[in-house]
Design a protein around this ligand. Structure first.
Ligand code: ADP
Length: 479
């Protein structure tokens, strides 16, 4: 076995109680490396180190934090091709998508390097004569970060960067399936001048390390991205001990296509939004809600595009759709494909497991037509390259169907009508709305998040991130 990539606790690289192979989903014979796994003991040690580091770090001058975050951003940018390749190799999104994600991680660190210098408070006059009031923001404390496998570097970046920028200490637990990108990011952070204990990497399982994080009394806040089921546990644990929580969970994102849409724009939005990144994005479109007069033309053009897509090894430059992340996710996708057919959906394209030159988890994109809003395929998140079409009579019905979901992350509409676009932006129940754009693909400097069962707590990203990572203090002075 090659050298084991270790955890980073209190400024030291530390062994785990076991080491697990990280497998390439495009080629299951390719082992990327062995990564240490810790448990509650490692988590506790990381929290102790963070506690010791917090007084100094939380009072460090903003410029010191700015320089550190800028250094992290610079190294990410300089190594984007290599890190993008690692990401695609362990997660399965295409090389272009992997490099794009790494670039985004660099942009996030660069943005928050700037935010270090922009954190400001307010000064107000009291209602009492001679009394002044200052409202300032202080770091929250020790923050636990729990991330999923689908964005192995961007999601960690959009939690770690604001946490550090605002003066918090971090204990970071990445998803079990993608330790490679997390380790590479931790390695960069470890060399950027962060004092020991300020940033800690604790790789391990959700049930051991994750659960210990939820229960630890000294962790002041947990930012989590993952499934609804785990999110509910995080919220309950936070409520039980008054820890702050921020949850990003699932989606069942609608893309409405109206009769007056530009067909090529609608097809581009559908292909990109539902199937790129193998559909493994919480912002992916999975419900195409299409009005009568464009329905048949839309399906014909979309299936033609799907038939031309190349599904293959993520590292092959001509691949457009990489593999599913692992065997169990592939099984889940296939189960939903079988279920949709059983519920009465018509399989208009794809849905079969594919064999390629190398053994991997390849799945043909799947498109169902003739589905109804009540079917499970239209209510539950699949998290794969699977989408279904719901035919509707008009815009009003389309909006009602779009809103008829427990989720509310992202929503899209393809139309050339200013009236309908404007009404949709105002009335759709989603945290993010896209007009003539794919539901997935958001910027790094503006808020990200949803409504209903998709998100809970303050928004992530952009300057809105400070709502989670800082705590407000109101100070009075009699002059
Ligand atoms: P997914 O279906 O995307 O894997 P999960 O919610 O299972 O969604 O995983 C997202 C993250 O939550 C991962 O880092 C995982 O290890 C972690 N996790 C899973 N179970 C728990 C738990 N009981 N407590 C804390 N974290 C958990």
């Amino acid at each position: 076995m090659s050298a084991v990539f270790r955890n980073f606790i209190g400024g030291e690289w530390v062994e785990g109680f076991e080491a697990v192979a990280n497998i390439n989903p495009s080629d299951t014979g390719d082992v990327i490396g062995h990564y240490a796994r810790t448990d509650a003991a490692g988590l506790n040690a990381a929290v102790e180190a963070a506690k010791a580091a917090f007084p100094g770090w939380s009072r460090s001058v903003p410029y010191a934090r700015h320089e550190i975050l800028k250094k992290i951003a610079d190294e990410i940018f300089a190594r984007k091709d290599e890190l993008g390749r690692l990401l695609s190799r362990e997660e399965g999104k295409t090389l272009a998508e992997g490099i794009g994600e790494v670039t985004r991680a660099g942009q996030i660190f660069s943005f928050f390097a700037g935010e270090c210098l922009r954190l400001a408070g307010e000064t107000l006059a009291s209602v009492r004569p001679g009394v002044g009031v200052e409202v300032t923001r202080e770091p929250l404390g020790i923050i636990g970060l729990i991330t999923p496998w689908n964005f192995p570097i961007a999601i960690p970046a959009w939690k770690i960067a604001p946490a550090l920028a605002y003066g918090n200490c971090v204990v970071f637990k990445p998803a079990e399936l993608v330790p490679g990108s997390a380790w590479a990011l931790a390695d960069i952070i470890s060399r950027a001048g962060v004092p020991a204990g300020v940033f800690n990497l604790v790789m391990g399982s959700g049930s051991k390390v994750g659960q210990a994080m939820l229960d630890h009394p000294d962790i002041a806040g947990i930012s989590f991205t993952g499934s609804v089921g785990t999110g509910r546990r995080v919220a309950a644990a936070g409520a039980a001990r008054f820890a702050r929580v921020q949850l990003e969970m699932g989606g069942k994102n609608p893309l409405v296509v109206l009769d007056d849409a530009e067909l090529s724009v609608a097809v581009d939005c559908a292909v990109n939004g539902a199937f790129f990144s193998t559909g493994q994005r919480c912002t992916a479109s999975s419900r195409f809600i299409v009005t009568d007069a464009i329905h048949d033309r839309f399906i014909a053009a979309l299936t033609e595009r799907l038939a031309a897509l190349k599904v293959d090894d993520a590292l092959d430059a001509t691949t457009q759709i990489g593999p599913v992340v692992d065997e169990s996710q592939l099984a889940q996708d296939l189960d939903y494909i079988a279920l949709a057919a059983k519920e009465g959906g018509r399989l208009a394209f794809g849905g079969a497991r594919l064999e390629r030159a190398k053994p991997g988890f390849y799945l043909q994109p799947a498109l169902f037509t003739e589905t109804t809003p009540a079917m499970r395929i239209n209510r539950e998140e699949v998290f794969g390259p699977v989408a279904s079409v719901i035919r509707v009579g008009d815009y009003e019905e389309a909006l009602a169907v779009a809103n008829g979901s427990e989720f509310g992350l992202s929503a899209g509409i393809c139309t050339t009508s200013l009236k309908h676009a404007t009404h949709f932006k105002r009335n759709v129940e989603a945290g993010m709305v896209m007009v003539n754009l794919p539901t997935a693909g958001v910027d790094f400097h503006v808020p990200f998040g949803g409504r209903k069962g998709s998100s809970y707590g303050p928004r992530e990203q952009g300057s809105y991130a400070r709502e989670f990572y800082t705590v407000v203090k109101t100070a009075y002075t009699l002059a």
